[in-house]
Design a protein around this ligand. Structure first.
Ligand code: TXA
Ligand code: MG
Length: 353
């Protein structure tokens, strides 16, 4: 049976909390514990124990060639896992750790193939969420953790989402309330000459380039061109984040996007949903056919959109909707990360206007 435990991230005595100590012990001894991070909930296992790591793939139904991130609580744990940390990576660590930034580096031999999908690199991140940090410290091992959802489903930003997907499949779920950013970490590959952005996140491309200069963008990332090339990060090739309904994104200048969405709403035979900004929703005429509308948040507050995104995609599963129309957003700052997730959820069904 799964133990569900509520913890207050603000609790000053987390490190000695019996729940944290118990969670740490379960992890160290090869069990699975789901826990909140500042991005999304993670499904943790002892990252140095191949058997424990295999359980993650089983619990999620995840393809085993899709490698996992090792989470550490202390900077000194990094050198145990990787052979070199390039200078530019050090600059980013200095600035952004602990926080939502994952670095792919050359791995040391003892990092199991089960974590890396057989690659010679390993992804490492030091989360900032107090519960994540104390749990990893209590486990006293690097914690392998993908997002705590069934493979292919939207990532969990609330414990309810984890319980929905994984209850009965894991030893423990720690409920620490809502995650802060709602979008998974930025993933950067430093294992080759030039750093490559494998997955955009809340630490933006612009913020990183300001510090270390230009990045290469991996295929599969939402750039101005839609790309269908084979992505380098194995995780980027699978259908992802998907609710049961289909998604169709309309991208372009915002007035034209609105006109196109209205045209689609007027002419569609399907049961429609609309996922759009508050600005767009509030400007719609009231005489449109009835559809299920979910408000992403304000264009002026992309953080709000980040926090709501996966939750709203899941909420559409509680409705009868069979096609969700989505307002495309500009690709700067957090917008790049949001659109990357939406484009994948849509299987790249996009109308450009
Ligand atoms: O915010 C996050 O990163 C969350 C929380 C729980 O920390 N975790 C997360 O894990 O999103 P996951 O497994 O859903 O995504 C990890 C991504 C995948 O796209 C995977 O392919 C990529 O990182 N990845 C992991 N190891 C890699 C490696 N050695 N080389 C290239 N890509 C790697
Ligand atoms: Mg995931």
């Amino acid at each position: 049976k799964t133990i569900v435990l509520k913890l207050d991230p603000e609790d000053k005595d987390l490190s000695s909390h019996p729940g944290i100590i118990k969670g740490g012990k379960i992890l160290r001894e090869g069990g699975l514990v789901a826990f909140p991070t500042e991005t999304v909930y993670g499904l943790g296992a002892n990252g140095l124990d191949p058997k424990a790591v295999k359980k993650i793939y089983q619990a999620k139904g995840r393809p085993s060639d899709n490698p996992l991130i090792l989470h550490i609580a202390d900077l000194s744990d990094l050198e145990e896992l990787v052979t070199v940390v390039p200078k530019k990576a050090k600059v980013l660590i200095e600035k952004f750790w602990p926080g939502p930034l994952t670095l792919v580096l050359k791995k040391k031999n003892h990092v199991p193939d089960e974590v890396t999908g057989g690659l010679n690199t390993v992804a490492v991140r030091m989360p900032s969420h107090p519960i994540a940090r104390e749990l990893i410290a209590a486990a006293n091992v690097p914690v392998a953790a993908p997002s705590a959802n069934l493979s292919g489903r939207p990532s969990p930003t609330l414990a309810e989402h984890v319980i929905h997907d994984l209850n009965g499949r894991v030893e423990m779920i720690i409920d620490g309330g809502s995650c802060h950013t709602g979008i998974e970490s930025t993933v950067l590959d430093f294992s080759e000459d030039k750093p490559i952005l494998l997955r955009p996140g809340s630490i933006s491309l612009e913020a990183i380039e300001d510090l270390i200069g230009p990045l290469k963008l991996d295929a599969g990332i939402a750039t101005k061109e839609v790309q269908h090339k084979k992505p380098k990060s194995p995780g980027m090739k699978y259908r992802h984040y998907s609710p049961e309904a289909e998604l169709l994104i309309v991208e372009g200048e915002s007035e034209r996007v609105k006109e196109k969405l209205i045209e689609l709403i007027k002419n569609s035979q399907k049961k429609l949903g609309l996922l759009a900004t508050r600005e767009l929703v509030e400007s719609l005429d009231t005489d449109l056919p009835p559809i299920t509308v979910k408000v992403l948040g304000s264009r002026e507050k992309l953080e709000e959109i980040g926090i709501n995104l996966f939750k709203l995609l899941r909420e559409f599963d509680e409705t009868e909707v069979d096609l969700i129309l989505v307002e495309g957003l500009p690709l700067h700052g957090l917008g790049l990360a949001v659109m990357n997730r939406l484009r994948k959820a849509a299987g790249y069904q996009i109308i450009r206007v």
